[in-house]
Write a protein that binds this ligand. Structure first.
Ligand code: ADP
Ligand code: MG
Length: 405
């Protein structure tokens, strides 16, 4: 990574503003998955051990610029406190005299969490005044919120105009792992792309085209490819206005000698609901009034055969409507298969909100080489776009070499 990180400055005694992505799922005020909090610990621990005063900040959910009690960060502060074995107070508001006082009272090695930044509309508007106020709390800015790095908000981008800006350790790891897929993957390199729609993944498919050896395509988006092959898809989720894009991707794959594996058999259901009647049919024979909801057994075998030689696999997007257990077979099989491959030393990277959820549901997250904490952000990175939250960080200058005169 060509950005400076927390290891590149002396944090002792400094006030460090750390933007984290604590946007965790909550149910009845309880955190149902603390992955993102755990992922932020290395940076926080590193800074505390250095004797920094750590000012943590994050958004949670979409309060749209208004205070919403259900989206307060107290549960996050409590969980953080348990994990760090120390008290992590949370302020009542990200701004205000009380918050300033609380920060001024902190001693080196202590941390505080600012209340949900998105209670202020200025955060998402990247308002310079708001960014400057946040910057006023600290001497240094650290961005460890990889999951928010694709957003140009006050705390993810604007603040870097007022403070020296460094990458956190999670940010560094995500960028290194995903960047390596794009720049220097162990070959053969395969991408398994599923999920709902082609439209959301077109840029990823295009950007990966020159880089992968194999594409495995499943999920709802495969339906648009089946249309491109002249097959009918019944009442399935599909994007007829994207058939030309799908055709262009298939043509480009041929040009680049990229193998594309599409479903040859599919599970179809009368309705996309629990308890619906379902059956497996060949991809050429999808009944007109049914919906494709999963990949079939034959497809799974073909997909595995195509993936067997791969030394690197990136997976984004479930292969079926995995929220309904009966239609989660293809997705679960893929998760198990890839966990097995990772155990043999293959680099397996999983990115994307729902794909990661599917892997976690089965308790296989630990088995993969890397699970990205950034849903949208990991996709944007694989689209080849520079992310605002990364662009603003200080560049690592190449070491100057020369001959002494
Ligand atoms: P990710 O979050 O991993 O990037 P997406 O958001 O693109 O994945 O897609 C996930 C969604 O795709 C899931 O809600 C799943 O139900 C849906 N999906 C997968 N296959 C199908 C299908 N055949 N028909 C309709 N929806 C599907
Ligand atoms: Mg999703």
């Amino acid at each position: 990574m060509d950005k400076l990180t927390v290891r590149d400055f002396d944090a002792s005694g400094k006030r460090v503003f750390v933007r984290c992505d604590f946007n965790v799922p909550l149910e009845d005020g309880k955190i149902t998955d603390d992955t993102r909090i755990v992922a932020a610990l290395p940076t926080i621990r590193y800074l505390l051990n250095q004797g920094a005063i750590v000012i943590l900040a994050s958004h949670l959910g979409r309060p749209d610029g208004k205070v919403q009690d259900s989206l307060r960060l107290r549960p996050v502060a409590e969980r953080l406190g348990q994990l760090l074995r120390m008290n992590v107070p949370v302020t009542g508001d990200a701004l205000g005299v009380g918050t300033e006082d609380a920060i001024n009272r902190l001693k080196p090695g202590e941390a505080i969490l600012l209340e949900n930044l998105r209670f202020h509309p200025e955060e998402e508007k990247n308002d310079p005044g708001f960014a400057r106020k946040l910057a006023g709390y600290a001497d240094v800015y650290v961005n460890d919120a990889f999951g928010s790095a694709h957003r140009a908000h006050a705390s993810t981008a604007g603040i870097a105009a007022y403070l020296p800006a460094y990458a956190g350790l999670l940010m560094e790891r995500e960028i290194n792992v995903l960047g390596n897929l794009l720049e220097n993957p162990d070959r053969p390199f395969a991408a398994v792309i599923g999920g709902a729609k082609v439209s959301g993944k077109i840029q990823v498919l295009k950007n990966l085209m020159g880089k992968v050896d194999v594409f495995v395509i499943g999920g709802g988006m495969a339906n648009t490819f089946l249309l491109a092959q002249g097959k009918g898809v019944g009442k399935s989720l599909a994007e007829p206005d994207r058939v030309d894009d799908a055709r262009a991707i298939l043509a480009s794959a041929e040009e680049h000698r990229v193998q594309v594996v599409l479903p040859v058999d599919v599970v179809v259901a009368k309705e996309v609901t629990r308890g619906s009647e379902y059956k497996t049919v060949p991809a050429e024979k999808i009944p007109t009034s049914w919906h494709v909801v999963d990949v079939g057994r034959q497809s799974q075998t073909l997909m595995r055969q195509a993936l067997d030689p791969a030394r690197t696999v990136f997976w984004n997007g479930p292969l079926g409507v995995f929220e309904i257990p009966t239609f989660s077979v293809g997705t679960k099989e893929m998760a198990r298969y890839l966990a097995g491959r990772a155990a043999t030393g293959v680099t397996v990277v999983v990115g994307g909100g729902d794909s990661v959820a599917a892997v976690e549901q089965q308790g296989l997250a630990e088995k993969m080489t890397h699970i990205s904490t950034g849903g949208g952000a990991s996709l944007e990175m694989l689209e080849g776009r520079e992310m605002p939250g990364v662009a603003v960080l200080l560049d690592r200058r190449p070491v100057e070499t020369g001959k002494a005169e």
